[in-house]
Design a protein around this ligand. Structure first.
Ligand SMILES: [Cu+2]
Length: 468
């Protein structure tokens, strides 16, 4: 039973968001740690460990880390699987399933060698089980419903217990009615910090100044509705980071010269080439553990396959607002973008007139590309977001879905994750319109003498994006 008592359990939030916690009545669940619930989709400040072995906490993009209770040297966490309301972007709230009030669930942070006990209470209308992806643990703690344990029935609480044997970045997700429960947003991150930090450090895990993490997610939510279609296998229309879509994804704010780590897990049903502007990075870890130094190479894009985690690292040595996004262009769009035919170059002025007689306010899209979609004030159904949007300092960014900005600032205080606003470019360093005369195009010397006359170009792509 959730009682109305609320308390603030964490002070000094960088993002300025208050974390509200509601507690289970002690009488009802005497032996269980209070399940802490998060109601905000803002990025919470790093959760500094109040006890146990020290570590440098991560920052979960538009998310938070789960507080624990230390009991007889064991870290006890309480996850509650339940329906949640997730604001995916301002003006758009989805009805998802998640843990402790949010999708994704809270990040769980422990230290290598920690003894961990996780209580999982099921408040869903169907059974579930939690699999601890990538962990070394006793087989019976692996969380595969039917194979290693009976499923957790609605109303039941199960307990998992194991030692966090190796440091790294892991995930947790249901292993019962998996397609439905993951399509509804059930998953979370797990970070096991290395035991040896400080002067000597772990040989393959560097101490970093900023440490971010987020999970890639995909949803199929019809514009104007709020609940994902759960039988969708490939035709998802919303591409999310931590169940947020641009412009709802917070920027990654760092100080010039910071060593930055970003951990990205993929629990969608397709791969995502994650691309960073302005810097090169190395993949320093996978869910299999830290990558040996001799096996690292520089990249600006890393492809993250289904069920993989990739941990990238770089020194933020270039000031500015750097785009950071999935390189599949339809993954940086929101819903509505999928079933529109290509109309570039097609003159449909007469057609539009005829349709308007039948359908008032009919609008033909796309004869000059799709950029108009980001700017026009087209009426949208309630509870949805434009396909491509987001205001930058120079106009619309024309993005959606899996897109954010790495903000590198000289004057960002150490450890401060607050948004510094848009970059102020030094004078003369922004691309600008050419003011001189445009030269006449010169014919290439090898051009054929006379090209055969042909009909004007008409492009029309049949169907949508099948099979991505
Ligand atoms: Cu993608």
């Amino acid at each position: 039973m959730i009682v109305s008592r609320r308390r603030i359990f964490q002070a000094g939030l960088a993002a300025g968001a208050a974390v509200a916690a509601s507690a289970v009545g002690r009488a009802a669940l005497a032996a269980l740690p209070e399940p802490v619930q998060q109601t905000s989709a803002a990025t919470a400040a790093p959760l500094l460990p109040p006890d146990g072995r020290p570590y440098r906490p991560v920052v979960t993009l538009n998310g938070w880390s789960l507080p624990w209770r230390m009991r007889d040297g064991v870290k006890e966490f309480h996850l509650v699987a339940e329906p949640v309301l997730r604001e995916m972007a301002p003006g758009f709230t989805a009805h998802l399933w998640g843990y402790n009030g949010q999708s994704p669930g809270p990040t769980i942070e422990v230290v290598e060698g920690d003894r961990v006990r996780i209580f999982v209470t099921n408040r869903l209308p169907e059974h579930t089980a939690v699999h601890w992806h990538g962990q070394r643990l006793p087989n019976g703690m692996d969380g595969v419903g039917g194979l290693t344990q009976p499923t957790i029935q609605p109303g039941q609480t199960f307990v998992y217990e194991f030692e966090a044997r190796r440091p790294g970045t892991f995930m947790y997700h249901p292993h019962a009615d998996e397609m439905v429960q993951m399509a509804m947003g059930m998953y979370g991150f797990w970070v096991t910090h290395p035991k040896v930090e400080g002067r000597r450090g772990h040989p393959l895990i560097e101490t970093v100044d900023r440490d971010f993490c987020f999970l890639l997610g995909a949803f199929d939510i019809e514009p104007g509705s709020a609940t994902p279609r759960v039988m969708t296998m490939t035709e998802f229309n919303l591409w999310a980071w931590n169940s947020r879509i641009f412009p709802g994804i917070d920027s990654l704010n760092v100080r010039l010269g910071d060593r930055v780590r970003i951990r990205v897990g993929n629990l969608t049903m397709t791969n995502h080439p994650i691309h960073l502007h302005g810097h090169e990075f190395e993949v320093t870890g996978t869910d299999g553990g830290p990558v040996p130094k001799s096996a690292r190479w520089p990249e600006v894009t890393t492809d993250i396959a289904v069920g993989q985690m990739r941990q990238i690292e770089f020194v933020a040595s270039e000031e500015g607002d750097w785009a950071f996004h999935c390189h599949k262009s339809h993954h940086t769009m929101n819903a509505m973008g999928h079933s529109v035919p290509t109309l570039i170059g097609v003159d449909h002025s007469s057609l539009a007139g005829r349709i308007t007689r039948l359908i008032p306010d009919y609008m033909v899209m796309g004869e000059r590309g799709m950029a108009d979609m980001a700017e026009m004030e087209m009426p949208l159904p309630a509870n949805t977001v434009p396909m491509m949007t987001g205001q930058g300092p120079f106009g619309s960014v024309e993005m959606g879905g899996m897109f954010s900005v790495l903000k590198v600032r000289r004057d960002q205080p150490p450890g401060d994750y607050r948004d510094p606003g848009w970059f102020r470019h030094p004078p003369g360093t922004v691309a600008r319109p050419w003011q001189g005369e445009a030269p006449a195009p010169a014919a290439a010397p090898t051009a054929p003498a006379a090209a055969p006359a042909r009909a004007p170009y008409r492009a029309r792509k049949p169907g949508g994006h099948a099979g991505h």
